[in-house]
Write a protein that binds this ligand. Structure first.
Ligand SMILES: *Cc1c(COP(=O)(O)O)cnc(C)c1O
Length: 361
């Protein structure tokens, strides 16, 4: 077997150790004689898997007891609708912070349910900055404030947690959850699609303060109501059982390496190296203001667009894959999530140096 370094933005690299465990357990989980995929979600074996995953996630993030953890279908994108559906609560208006592609998509869904007040936007810098909190025009009557702590496409990450007083703060943490410790009590809702830093695509994890559950409009479809999922331990219908299981293995792996404090140090070191090299290279460029550079997604450009294809082909030849930037930004993007080993970042930097020297860098 020959594993590559996969810099994909998502679905993304998973820890090799996790894949090895899944492989060993594939056709006979712990003597059950069946794969996790084949188990009833209501059987005691699967329930033990599901419960352990939640316990480990609560432990990793120190989730307070008055928060529910939900394992849902539909990825982060369904949460763009479920959040306003459940949280507008007759207020009819919500604040959104616009820092790029994903926050824009979230606010577009919010508009289906009420008035969206764009309380701050970094469109004036072409989404290469995070607007400082002092400049925000928050509405004290808003049902909630929604923001995207890490913009996966632009590579822009908040270096602070917004202060929203009594108005619940909602965060789309898809591409940054578990990259470092966070204070969950600062949030009303945290949600994340799994395929960046958690596990397989299709699963979304929602961490929600209990008082925000139970406010969906009367006559809601059951699957769109957080209450349905909270009251049924995310098993109102068949949950994405295998994705939940793999996510549980990832949580166990994170605990084994020492938890999110250790993970944060590793991530900071990986990102720090890569940005330091880009800035010093005089060849590659990253457009994001230094304080708001993402630890997880590092976009960079080459001096000439004509070099891109050559760069990608050479990278692929030595097992550095999926470095092509998003079509809306161009250039390259290296996604270096939790599961990307530091050796992968080192290999990328070595290749970038070599490429630059061959192109008069
Ligand atoms: C990937 C991503 C999404 C979309 O996730 P899906 O699971 O595909 O719905 C939403 N928000 C952010 C910040 C993302 O990175």
């Amino acid at each position: 077997m020959n594993r590559v370094y996969n810099f994909s933005a998502g679905p993304a690299v998973l820890p090799e150790e996790v894949l090895d465990i899944a492989k060993a357990e594939m056709s006979d989980w712990h003597g059950s004689g069946m794969s996790v995929m084949e188990m009833s979600h209501r059987g005691k074996e699967y329930l033990s898997i599901a419960e352990k995953a939640e316990v480990d996630l609560r432990d990793l993030l120190a989730i307070p007891a008055n928060y529910k953890v939900l394992f849902l279908h539909g990825g982060a994108t369904l949460q763009f609708a479920m959040v306003p559906h459940n949280l507008m609560r007759g207020k009819g208006t919500a604040d959104y912070i616009n820092t790029g592609t994903w926050s824009k998509k979230a606010s577009a869904e919010g508009k289906l349910y009420g008035k969206v007040n764009v309380a701050a936007s970094s469109s004036d810098t072409n989404f290469t900055t995070v607007p400082p909190q002092e400049s925000w025009k928050l509405n004290p009557e808003a049902a909630y404030v929604h923001y995207t702590p890490n913009e996966t496409i632009g590579g822009v990450e908040f270096s602070f947690v917004p202060e929203t007083g009594a108005v619940p703060l909602v965060a789309d943490m898809s591409s940054t959850i578990l990259s470092r410790p966070i204070d969950v009590s600062r949030y009303g809702v945290i949600y994340a699609g799994a395929q960046k830093n958690i596990g397989p695509a299709g699963l979304a994890i929602v961490i929600i303060r209990e008082d925000l559950i139970g406010h969906a409009p009367a006559g809601s479809p059951v699957m769109l109501d957080y209450k349905t999922h909270a009251e049924n331990q995310s098993m109102y219908n068949t949950p994405p059982t295998y994705a939940w299981y793999i996510s549980g293995l990832v949580f166990a792996w994170l605990k084994k390496i020492g938890g999110l404090g250790v993970m944060a140090e590793m991530n900071q070191r990986k990102a720090g190296k890569l940005y330091a090299y880009i800035d010093a290279s005089g060849f590659y460029k990253n457009p994001v203001e230094i304080a708001s550079r993402s630890w997880m997604n590092v976009p960079f450009t080459l001096p000439k667009e004509e070099m891109d294809a050559d760069f990608l082909a050479g990278a692929k030849k030595i097992g550095l894959l999926n470095l092509k930037g998003h079509r809306s930004v161009g250039g390259m993007r290296a996604s270096i999530y939790n599961a990307m080993p530091e050796a992968g970042v080192d290999a990328l930097i070595a290749y970038m140096k070599d490429f630059a020297s061959r192109h008069n860098g």
